[in-house]
Design a protein around this ligand. Structure first.
Ligand SMILES: *[C@@H]1O[C@H](CO)[C@@H](O)[C@H](O)[C@H]1NC(C)=O
Ligand SMILES: *[C@@H]1O[C@H](CO)[C@@H](O)[C@H](O)[C@H]1NC(C)=O
Length: 471
């Protein structure tokens, strides 16, 4: 009702051209509510004699006489409107008309005509627009992952008048389509579909549909969470490349990302059932006593209602632990650490001295020293690099040997220096977690390319931390 009043007052109480009849050019009303069509005649010198007032609907076409007022004979309503239409308080100067319980069909032009003497007939017209508040809703369309753009969300604004406008926002690239249909009662239903390429990446992402329409105080914002289904994306985690004979509690973890969620996990070794020494509990495989029986390729297969995804891991059983040479490693690590600490100390002393010098030199015009001490980490790297190159020459082990494939006793030490010197190498390291391309192509599912797992990076960094203890 407040909105209605606001709309009414926003419309100027305008005087028609060269006429003395005042009406509002546009009046808006809601279905079921009341509309007031104001109409007065201006007669400043009170010289006009009004003989009759007539309200007519659609004066240019249907010419339906709705209401007549005669100062002598009173009011009359020639057209049956079920008593919904009446004058508010008729007089020979005021012909304001009230329409109760508005219907869609009430929309149209209404002319207010005064029959006067001596000027003759004078009239003005009001355009009555019936408004309807739409019902808005939005939902995600559950889709399967694929390469082609498909509707992933739909937003509806039903039975509104005027037709609503719909817009989309969010961080999902796509296109929106709009279809507006006119209903038999004169209202409009607007349907908008948001189309996007259904990749696994947009699964669970929220976008917003905004509906704007005259009857809404502010656009209606409808959040929609997208749902894209895909075959499980699987990786095997937890392999530390240090499975040696007799080791207990060596384990592999099978992780899967899937929508709908993963239903079953199956472990295989070399394409067959895992050996009895490997205990499988759901997505976890544990070997309590490592023997050569588990030297081979493990596969984890994960299914959901769409299909199966898998990952492979080559397990290499060693005769002895890779860190058996830790004594040498510890010594070398100790030397590196000592050099690092020394360098940091020397640098600190140098900086301190320089600052002192600067301070004494620019005593009056003090400014902070231009020289900034390098972060301590950098020192570590520089020292590590020097140490490594010398070491390497002596032992002639190629630098780019990947840690995971290293089987020498000094493997761990090489790894330490590699990580410290050039962390960028990490990306070039061939992780045993790497998905075997053939396996994935089998799935013919584009999201395999789209989705990336953060876990391998994470795992590497964890390893780095633990190995770093040798330094
Ligand atoms: C939107 O549609 C046009 C053609 O209808 C297409 O060329 C374009 O790639 C689409 N945009 C996105 C983001 O999908
Ligand atoms: C373990 O498997 C690797 C290949 O993955 C193979 O080269 C090696 O000979 C195997 N070792 C034993 C003891 O079977």
């Amino acid at each position: 009702m407040v909105t209605l009043l606001l709309i009414v007052f926003l419309n100027l109480w305008a005087v028609s051209d060269a006429q003395n009849v005042k009406v509002e050019r546009n009046v808006f009303g809601y279905v079921g509510h009341q509309a007031v069509l104001r109409c007065q005649i201006v007669d400043l010198d009170n010289s006009l004699q009004v003989t009759q007032i007539t309200w007519m609907k659609d004066p240019a076409s249907a010419k339906i006489n709705l209401a007549v007022y005669n100062p002598d004979l009173g009011t009359n309503y020639p057209t049956d409107t079920g008593g919904r239409i009446h004058f508010r308080q008729p007089s020979d100067r005021d012909a304001t008309l009230v329409i109760e319980r508005l219907e869609m069909a009430d929309e149209g032009m209404y002319s207010c005509e005064f029959a006067t003497y001596p000027d003759g007939n004078q009239e003005a017209a009001t355009n009555l627009t019936i408004l309807a508040k739409p019902t808005n809703d939005g939902t995600a369309i559950v889709v399967k992952a694929g390469p082609a753009e498909v509707p992933v969300a739909v937003c509806n604004s039903a039975n509104g008048k005027p037709a609503a406008s719909i817009s989309w926002s969010g961080n999902v690239e796509g296109n929106a389509s709009y279809v507006t249909t006119k209903n038999s009662d004169g209202t409009f239903t607007v349907k908008s579909e948001y189309k996007a390429v259904p990749s696994g990446e947009i699964d669970g992402v929220q976008i917003t549909c905004s509906v704007n329409q005259q009857t809404l105080k502010q656009p209606a914002a409808i959040p929609i969470t997208l749902s894209v289904q895909y075959v499980p994306i699987v990786i095997i985690e937890g392999y530390d490349d240090n499975w040696y004979l007799g080791r207990d509690h060596a384990s592999l973890t099978c992780s899967a990302k899937a929508n709908p969620s993963a239903k079953s996990y199956t472990w295989l070794m070399n394409g067959e059932a895992v050996p009895s020494s490997a205990h499988v509990v759901g997505h976890q495989l544990t070997v309590n006593k490592v023997t050569y029986a588990v030297n081979g390729t493990f596969t984890c297969q994960v299914t959901n209602s769409l299909g199966e995804g898998r990952a492979k891991m080559d397990v290499l059983v060693r005769e002895s632990p890779v860190d058996s040479g830790s004594t040498t490693g510890a010594i070398v690590g100790g030397i590196i650490a000592a050099i690092v600490i020394l360098t940091v100390l020397v640098t600190a002393v140098l900086i301190f001295k320089r600052q002192r010098k600067n301070m004494t030199e620019d005593d009056e015009d003090f400014e902070p020293p231009n020289y900034k001490p390098p972060p301590p980490k950098k020192n570590v790297e520089e020292i590590g690099k020097v140490e490594k190159t010398e070491d390497e020459k002596m032992e002639s082990i190629p630098l780019n040997t990947t840690y995971f494939e290293t089987s020498t006793d000094d493997g761990d030490r090489i790894m330490v220096t590699q990580y410290q010197d050039e962390p960028d190498l990490n990306t070039d390291l061939k992780s045993p977690n790497d998905i075997i391309p053939g396996e994935y192509l089998e799935q013919e599912n584009p999201i395999y390319n789209d989705l990336s797992y953060p876990e391998p990076e994470h795992r590497k960094s964890q390893e780095f931390v633990s190995k770093g203890m040798y330094v």
